[in-house]
Write a protein that binds this ligand. Structure first.
Ligand code: HQG
Length: 176
């Protein structure tokens, strides 16, 4: 049996960060050509469909006729996902770890290597995001107030909230 977890991680790398690893390019909207992915990753269409369909975070989308595939969020390369600005809920959450807190309090949340700061609609998801790096700390973000003040929010195809940056005054202490 193929190692789908490994293949999925590699797919993330290709579609979000380094398409050049298999000698391909993404278009301006982040789409890769499916035949190029299959060839470059040595996968069958069935394998790729399995990876897309079983991904627990719905990280990838095909276009209608399944000739193109892209990551729904998480890019470090600049792509235009054609997301419409949307009004966020009053509060959103960001999962991180204690070692980053002093810097976050000072600078706010920055996208770091990615295109956007990633925020979650619920605490539970934010806890999981934080846990990837250690003991999770969840920050509550006054997204309603940010929106009122002119900050733009998007929601990705798979439900992740995205914004350019979160200035420190909108970050409230840990909810945990
Ligand atoms: C931190 C996963 C110091 C920030 C997840 C985070 C998410 C700062 C790290 C998605 C900072 C960036 C994104 C500042 C931010 N000073 N540290 N001023 N501003 N940080 O991985 O949000 O599984 O780029 O707290 O589920 O952790 O890949 O972002 O810890 O949706 O699909 O800098 O990645 O999804 O880390 O995760 P990341 P993230 P996937």
């Amino acid at each position: 049996m193929k190692n789908y977890t490994k293949a999925s991680k590699f797919l993330s790398l290709i579609l979000r960060h380094k398409p050049e690893k298999i000698g391909i390019k993404l278009d301006e909207h982040g789409w890769a050509k499916v035949p190029e992915i299959l060839k470059g990753m040595d996968l069958t269409m069935n394998d790729l469909e399995h990876i897309v369909d079983t991904d627990e975070k719905r990280r990838y989308s095909f276009n209608d006729d399944k000739t193109l595939i892209r990551a729904n969020q998480g890019h470090s390369i600049p792509v235009d996902l054609e997301l419409e600005p949307v009004q966020p809920p009053e509060y959103l959450y960001h999962g991180t770890v204690g070692q980053f807190l002093a810097s976050i309090q000072k600078e706010g949340l920055l996208p770091r290597s990615r295109q956007y700061v990633h925020l979650s609609a619920d605490l539970e998801t934010a806890v999981k995001v934080g846990k990837r790096r250690g003991k999770p700390v969840v920050l509550q973000i006054a997204s309603g107030k940010m929106h009122q003040d002119g900050h733009v929010f998007y929601i990705s195809e798979n439900g992740v909230w995205l914004t350019d940056a979160v200035p420190p005054q909108y970050i409230m202490g840990s909810e945990l």
